[in-house]
Design a binder for this molecule. Sequence first.
Ligand code: XBP
Ligand code: MG
Length: 260
Amino acid sequence: MSELRCILWDVDGTLADTERDGHRLAFNMAFNEAGHAREWDVPTYGKLLEVTGGKERIKFDIERGDMHAMPFDEIARLHARKTAHYQSLIAEGQIPLRPGVRRLLEEAYEAGITLGVATTTTPAALDALIEHSLGKEWFDRFAVLAAGDIVPAKKPAPDIYNYAMAHLGVSPEETLALEDSGNGWKAAHAAHLKCVITVNDYTRIHDFDGADLVVSDLGEPDVEAVKLISNPYALDLHHVQLKHLQAIMNTDLNFELSAA
Ligand code: XBP
Ligand code: MG
């Protein structure tokens, strides 16, 4: 139980729905361009999301026999081409931010909350999304951009969260994570962070048992209320605001429940 000082944002699926019509298409473009007879359709890619990291995802597909074998340096080259295609898709403005993301980012920034990114994706892919979907000013507004291979173990390991917090000099007790996936939730939980989940079409079937709030999206004031999927703090909300994240941080759920 503590004051909220820092919010760490996941990227893919949380800031924007980048996977199905962004990353997936970019992988397929790179495969096609390199002459690999492989295309990841929508359901196949949904299952492959269990493997975090693009290079790791290709390696997994090879090891299970669905792509022909290649050494890791060739995988890395193929992935670099994928990243270039992804950057082009993002630059074309194909992927908007999810509902409420800009609103909540701005509210937290204006309130002086430290903001950071903790993601599995490649720094160049993250930079493209910030530049084209969020706006260049956010390069300065995020106090840390923790991404990709900066840590050896990707989510569900807690390493990227631990790296971001160490860089910022904040503790888990004063930090909240925003995530969209089972692996993201596991990483935040293993880093001892409270965590709010916004699900999407790929992740609504994931297990978020123990998460502090699970919602359809962050929502906006002038549209229909968000769908509350799991609301253990019994928050009364139409759309997710900074005050709700602060309430989650200020409440010791175990104490409240045992005192009730
Ligand atoms: C999601 C991921 C990433 C992307 C692909 O990251 O697992 O691997 O699917 O990006 P997060 P790369 O939800 O943590 O933002 O190909 O650049 O790895
Ligand atoms: Mg994600």
